[in-house]
Ligand binder design. Structure first.
Ligand code: ADP
Length: 843
């Protein structure tokens, strides 16, 4: 009987899995080399406008494919084209692909060549006849390419491209011959959507703020700026909007950026019509539409959608209509799956009916059967065919389900425990593989120059399943980049030696070695050998165990108000906490907050979090429970008796400092004194942490919160968790280390001290005084940031410092900021000194 219940559950599970297979592309996963390097792209599919000589023909333009045949790259005959700007290397991928990344390399030819393209543009086409010039989200067409003949330079395409044909067009001023080797990364575009036509999105004014819902990356035509036709854009860029449409995934864009949205008043018929054109006739099972549902601001998902189908020239008479269940409770953005009843079409027209003043979409995806019909044999005209086909599919589905169930039962019963362990190991291995995969391309290119690395190039695989993982802008994996510095690429032996002491390089290899992030607090003392550091835990007692004063709060007394944000662990919600004042007793009077019920921020561990994430979450609680300072976010209580684990912290009304400063609303009204006042508070919080010997490791504006009257508190004590352990952080495609905020010794030697926090403070101060307009060293690529770190280490005067922010007095820049970035950590000021200096500057 027990087995039967389990069986039913499993069937349900398997069927559910089968039904919910993601059709929409996830750009974070869709990063496979498409076959220039691996040879899956045939020579005849690589062509060019011209070539310099037979030995530099198009077919040699494969990234890192120097096989002795030819000259090792494609080089155009720039003399044949007077302005040289129309030369291109064209790749035909044979079918539509979602392309997220491109890689380029120059002509090295075993040291004989020194030609490369410093800059290039990309054009693409879905049908081979109409071509579109790619540009980034800010409209820039030129991509910075190579600076030498051997290194591979990878560039994320933001927005990604959906195309079959791609052209690389070197931009040259004729002063040098250019040669290129290229690779494309992405995955097949299974939707088959060639274009959509929609009315362009509208503009909303929300509390005086301009919110733009236009389709800003649409690559088709725009008639009178209102009808968009023959293109793809934000609805297919793989980026889903956040619950709060005012916020976007990137801080650098305007409110509403991630959504395309329409106002009901402009549509007298009460619906928005969209037409979707596909590559050929397909059999559609469903459509997924990602909608916003922030009804408190007049936005709701659609009330009803009616879709019409066309395989030839006429629309079929019987449309499919679907009404999603109304949700008056949750304001979360979500995917709505619209069943399309296996209808056959090459064009679909859908009318989405408003149910409120606004309707906002961020993504539309289609699921269509792999069976492709051409118009002449459309199954809707042939009932026998349809029945046969659906029977076969049901049969295959059942067989697959039964096999899956049997396998699952065997695995679950026999291997439950072993399996879990294996999974843990596998995820760890995946991490290494992924790193090796990424390194493989780079090391192979590099090995021409530094033969000492040749042993590593042996680990290269040509598999199509090597994925290049994305790294978010603020956090990078430095070890892959560090290997490029001559001092750190000499031998793996040296890396091993370093990793023994400081453990920073453990991510790159040496198995079993603990990683530096495993110690809560580290104090690194230089030993006689300059390159080896020992790690000792300081004040471990201080952070060991949970503070007895951190009590369990009854979770039923928390009332959800709205979602504040999303972090690595899960979501952060604004809640009312009934009776919190009594719960905390006189303690709360420090904050002078007598509102009842009290508003609090509740950080919840996501339900699917693994053991590592759970431990790290508890560790953050342990650390925070011991910290008590006006400029440190205070942990008020916890809910850890049952799942999901929650930490309840004081609510900071204005969110994180980065978002706050970069918000257009505050652009004009923040005075210099207010900004320095914020820095003073951060310095004060850090002074407190340094008095405890506590190293924060991730000080940045994004990790400071803003309350009433510009109160600033330091938050996010998550860096004390082990970033390298398990697959948790990596699988999310996120964060490794914040290299742009890190001192040279943290990056190169894995040394995290109060002095490296001081370095990060200097960068944070720079962010504040530049109103977080851009990332630190925004003109440098990640590789160049690491190269610059090498210059700090070498100290030959070639290191680049962050520039003086406009309106920043000389004494703040020279005497304070630059002193935070001194090479010798001992010569950097302490937080006590920084605090005093900032206060003095205000006097
Ligand atoms: P992460 O761990 O990724 O740094 P968090 O989980 O700490 O992020 O927080 C995610 C977001 O939630 C923050 O960027 C901020 O906007 C919001 N948030 C977190 N804590 C608070 C708080 N106490 N008050 C207000 N907003 C908060």
């Amino acid at each position: 009987m027990k087995l039967k219940i389990m069986e039913v559950k499993l069937i349900a599970f398997v069927l559910l899995q089968a039904v919910t297979v993601r059709s929409q592309v996830n750009p974070e996963m869709c990063r496979y080399p498409l076959g220039m390097t691996g040879g899956q792209i045939q020579d005849e599919d690589i062509s060019a406008s011209s070539h310099w000589s037979e030995s530099t023909a198009a077919r040699f333009g494969r990234l890192d494919f120097d096989n002795g045949d030819g000259d090792g790259a494609w080089c155009p005959d720039i003399m044949s084209e007077p302005d040289g700007l129309k030369e291109y290397l064209q790749v035909d991928l044979r079918s539509l692909h979602f392309i997220t990344l491109v890689g380029t390399q120059g002509r090295h030819a075993d040291g004989m060549g020194n030609e490369f393209a410093q800059r290039y543009r990309i054009k693409y086409s879905r049908d081979g006849s109409s071509w579109v010039g790619w540009h980034d989200r800010k409209g820039r067409q030129i991509i910075e390419g190579n600076s030498n003949a051997y290194d591979v330079v990878l560039k994320d395409l933001e927005p990604p491209i959906i195309a079959r044909f791609v052209r690389f067009m070197p931009v040259t001023d004729h002063s040098m011959i250019v040669c290129m080797r290229v690779e494309l990364y992405g995955c097949e575009w299974l939707d088959g959507l060639m274009s959509y036509s929609i009315p362009d999105g509208h503009q909303m004014i929300y509390r005086g703020l301009d919110v733009f819902f236009n389709d800003s990356v649409y690559d088709g035509a725009s008639a009178e700026r209102s009808e968009l036709t023959k293109g793809l854009g934000q609805l297919t860029d793989g980026t889903w909007g956040l619950d709060d449409f005012l916020h976007s995934h990137s801080y650098n864009f305007w409110p509403g950026y991630d959504y395309v949205g329409w106002n009901n008043r402009s549509f007298p018929r009460g619906y928005v019509e969209m037409i979707f054109e596909f590559d050929h006739v397909r059999n559609f099972s469903s459509m997924k539409v990602h909608c916003n549902n922030m009804f408190s601001r007049g936005v709701r998902m659609f009330r009803q959608v009616t879709c019409y189908f066309r395989s030839g020239s006429e629309w079929e008479a019987d449309p499919v209509t679907f009404r999603p269940a109304v949700d008056r409770v949750s304001q979360s953005a979500r995917f709505i799956t619209v069943p399309l009843g296996d209808r056959t079409a090459s064009t679909i027209k859908c009318r989405f009916h408003f149910s409120d003043l606004w309707m906002l979409f961020s993504e539309v995806a289609f699921q269509s059967g792999s069976a492709v019909y051409n118009t002449s044999m459309a199954p809707r005209d042939d009932p026998t065919h349809k029945v046969d086909d659906s029977n076969t599919r049901i049969l295959i589905g059942c067989l697959v389900a039964i096999i899956a169930i049997l396998l699952a039962i065997i695995v679950i019963i026999l291997w439950r425990q072993v399996w879990q362990k294996m999974l843990e190991k596998a995820s760890r291995r995946m991490l290494d593989d992924e790193l090796t995969a990424r390194l493989a391309i780079q090391t192979r290119a590099f090995s021409f120059h530094h033969s000492s690395l040749s042993s590593e190039s042996g680990s290269t695989s040509n598999s199509t399943y090597e994925r290049i993982f994305p790294l978010c802008a603020d956090y990078q994996e430095p070890s892959r980049l560090i290997r490029k510095l001559p001092e750190f690429s000499q031998s793996t032996e040296r890396l091993g030696k370093l990793s023994k002491g400081n453990k920073a390089f453990a991510a790159g290899g040496s198995d079993g070695a603990p990683h530096y992030a495993e110690a809560d607090i580290i104090s690194l003392q230089e030993s006689s050998d300059n390159s080896i550091y020992s790690i000792t835990a300081v004040n471990m007692n201080f952070f060991a165990g949970t503070d007895s004063s951190m009590r369990e709060f009854p979770r039923q007394k928390l009332t959800f108000k709205e979602k504040l944000g999303e972090g690595q662990f899960g979501e952060v919600h604004l809640c009312e906490a009934e009776g919190m004042q009594d719960f905390l007793g006189e303690d709360l009077s420090i904050e002078g907050n007598n509102e009842s019920p009290l508003l609090v921020a509740v950080k919840t561990l996501r339900e699917d979090a693994n053991k590592n994430a759970r431990n790290d979450f508890l560790k953050e609680i342990r650390i925070m429970s011991r910290l008590r300072d006006p400029n440190i976010v205070r942990l008020l209580a916890v809910c850890v008796d049952t799942d999901p684990l929650c930490m309840i912290t004081e609510y900071m009304e204005n969110g994180d400092l980065n978002q706050f400063l970069s918000h257009p609303m505050y652009f004009l009204c923040l005075s210099y004194t207010t900004l320095i006042g914020m820095a003073v508070q951060i310095a004060s919080g850090m002074k407190y942490l340094s008095s405890l010997n506590f190293v924060h490791r991730d000080l940045a504006t994004r990790n400071c919160l803003v309350g009433k009257k510009y109160t600033i508190k330091i938050a996010d004590f998550g860096m004390s968790r082990n970033l390298y352990r398990g697959g948790y952080y990596r699988i999310q495609g996120r964060a490794v280390l914040p290299i742009r905020w890190m001192s040279w010794e943290s990056i190169l030697l894995g040394k995290f001290t109060m002095a490296s926090d001081v370095w990060a403070f200097g960068v944070t101060l720079w962010e504040i005084l530049t109103l977080c307009k851009e990332q630190p060293y925004s003109q440098l690529s990640d590789e160049q940031v690491i190269e610059n770190t090498g210059e700090f280490f070498r100290e030959q005067g070639k290191q680049v410092y962050l520039p003086k922010p406009p309106c920043c007095p000389d004494r703040i820049y020279k005497d304070l900021m630059l002193s935070c970035w001194r090479r010798n950590a001992k010569q950097r000021p302490s937080f006590q000194e920084i605090h005093a200096q900032l206060l003095e500057s205000l006097a």
